[in-house]
Design a protein around this ligand. Sequence first.
Ligand SMILES: NC(=O)c1ccc[n+]([C@@H]2O[C@H](COP(=O)([O-])OP(=O)(O)OC[C@H]3O[C@@H](n4cnc5c(N)ncnc54)[C@H](OP(=O)(O)O)[C@@H]3O)[C@@H](O)[C@H]2O)c1
Length: 236
Amino acid sequence: MRIGILGTGAMASALGGAWVRAGHEVLVGGRDPGAARQLAAAIGASEGGGEPAEAARFGEAVLVAVPADAAVPVIAPLAAELAGRTLLDCTVPMVPGERGPCLTTVVTADSVAARLAATAPAARVAKVFGICHESIWTLPRPAFEGVPLGVPYCADDPAAAALVAELVASMGCLPVPCGGLDRAGLLEAAAVFAIGVWWSGGEARGVFPSPALAPGAADDSDAPGATGDSAEAQRA
Ligand SMILES: NC(=O)c1ccc[n+]([C@@H]2O[C@H](COP(=O)([O-])OP(=O)(O)OC[C@H]3O[C@@H](n4cnc5c(N)ncnc54)[C@H](OP(=O)(O)O)[C@@H]3O)[C@@H](O)[C@H]2O)c1
């Protein structure tokens, strides 16, 4: 897969490095083209690049790895270049608060992802890679207690959803489809919520039981990590 990256910070480096290791072609662009070429050299990405427009044009997928409040201004001048490409939005609209991190959007149908889709209407936006800290993507194949890391994503476009699933699987992780872009705000809020749990020292990993233990959910006891035991059996 050919993937352009917009941004030269921690996520650009971690995800870009993971994609190079997985055999993808990566090209980096940023507001500082020198920093973009430096990052590309550091992670073994394609030579050249530097300018955001080059990264936007480069491949079938383009990662937006800038602060959430910079995402729309960064994407707006690139809307034409992004036509037909899958825009991977890993932004988390979050600011620190006295009692933990706070969401900077209002969770309705609004989200950074929805705003990007309105800004670049011909792009196929997917919300993905926002939950985990960048350090997770530096692990060779993220897995915990033998279970590959699940990566939730939201996308409206079936081709974008298929691309994300393929990309996530190529990194040794489990794609977890979570609906369309109208649910991206929930995913962004979930990231802020999980970060709050981690920052307060809580064990976020134990928060979500397997689908077999979720009353009313589809029986998915064959899913990796599921015990196959019903909640009733667990209680007995
Ligand atoms: N770090 C994580 O663990 C993590 C995890 C999940 C999601 N995320 C999300 O991923 C995104 C990137 O995070 P990060 O940790 O990679 O941030 P970062 O290390 O601070 O890097 C941010 C990048 O965005 C660029 N940038 C900042 N403001 C910009 C603007 N107004 N216009 C154009 N470019 C701008 C920076 O350029 P300069 O270097 O020139 O300032 C830098 O290249 C954020 O939305 C964050 O919420 C982060």
